[in-house]
Ligand binder design. Structure first.
Ligand code: ARG
Length: 279
């Protein structure tokens, strides 16, 4: 009896050891090894930002397209895996990365210092300045000088750097107060909702990357892009990955360098703009 129990006990121990080792092995995989062994890389994006990423009807089917998606496909191709896309609101993207819900974020995301505390970034793959979308009829009133918006309601995407651009470069909020909400800055989750607020005279302007401002104005003849623009310190968009993923950052940078050498990124931007125009 005692012998039987001890045999069962040994078998149990061996099993526990076996499974904990198997689990350990999986945990020891580097990010690239893990992605390759799963056969797919999961992209997190916020498809409200033409020409970066947006929804389009392709052969009658709602599809997420844009130059960020084209770059993501190249990254997947170079890794030899499938691309899966998860569309979510912009302010949820970093949490999705940290929790492991997605493997990389490509969403016109600016690699600013604050974000660098929680995630790693690739090299910059595209640079843009920022513009203001206003109503065409207000061109003289709000289109010439950002100071004309100093005491007006304006909008920016929740969680995006445009909130701080609006605070610092339009509202003149001092550094120490940047974390406080501003009563004249409306922060909404998606660009279409913000654009709607301008069209309905609820706010006077929306700040977004200039190519995005131009895409929304093309689709809405009652809107216009203001004549002035804004810049930020980080100066472009990067791919974000979970912190401490050196081999994944390296693989992504390699793909970006290849695409730049082949002049593919500007080609993707052109294609995305044409697709956005056709919508
Ligand atoms: N570049 C800005 C940022 O990183 C805005 C990006 C918004 N992207 C989007 N897909 N909605 O905060």
């Amino acid at each position: 009896m005692v012998k039987k129990i001890s045999v069962i006990f040994s078998i149990l121990c061996a099993l526990v050891l076996f499974f904990s080792c198997a689990k350990q092995e999986n945990k020891d995989l580097s990010p690239v090894e893990r992605i390759k062994s799963s056969g797919k890389i999961i992209l997190g994006t916020s498809a409200d930002y033409p020409p970066y990423e947006f929804h389009a009807l392709i052969d009658g089917k709602d599809t997420i397209v844009g130059f960020d998606v084209a770059i993501a496909k190249e990254i997947a191709k170079d890794l030899g895996v499938e691309l899966e896309i998860k569309d979510m609101s912009f302010d949820g993207l970093l949490a999705a990365l940290v929790s492991g819900n997605v493997d990389m974020v490509i969403a016109g995301m600016t690699p600013d210092e604050e974000r660098r505390q929680s995630v790693d970034f690739s090299d910059i793959y595209y640079s843009a300045i920022h513009g203001a979308v206003i109503r065409k009829a207000d061109m003289d009133k709000y289109g010439k000088d950002p100071a004309s918006l100093a005491d007006k309601m304006i909008g920016a995407q929740k969680g995006a750097i445009q909130v701080n651009i609006a605070k610092q470069q339009i509202k003149n909020v001092p550094e120490a107060e940047l974390d406080n909400n501003h009563s004249q800055i409306k922060e909404l989750g998606t660009l279409p909702d913000l654009i709607m607020e301008v069209k309905n005279n609820k706010i006077e302007a929306v700040i977004a990357e200039l190519p995005v401002a131009e895409a929304y104005v093309k689709a809405n003849p009652d809107l216009a892009v203001a004549e002035y623009s804004f810049t930020d310190d980080a100066g472009g968009s990067s791919v974000a990955v979970k912190k401490n993923s050196p081999d994944l950052v390296e693989a992504i940078n390699k793909t970006i360098a290849r695409l730049q050498a082949e002049d593919k990124i500007s080609e993707f931007v052109g294609e995305a703009n044409m697709l956005a125009d056709a919508q």
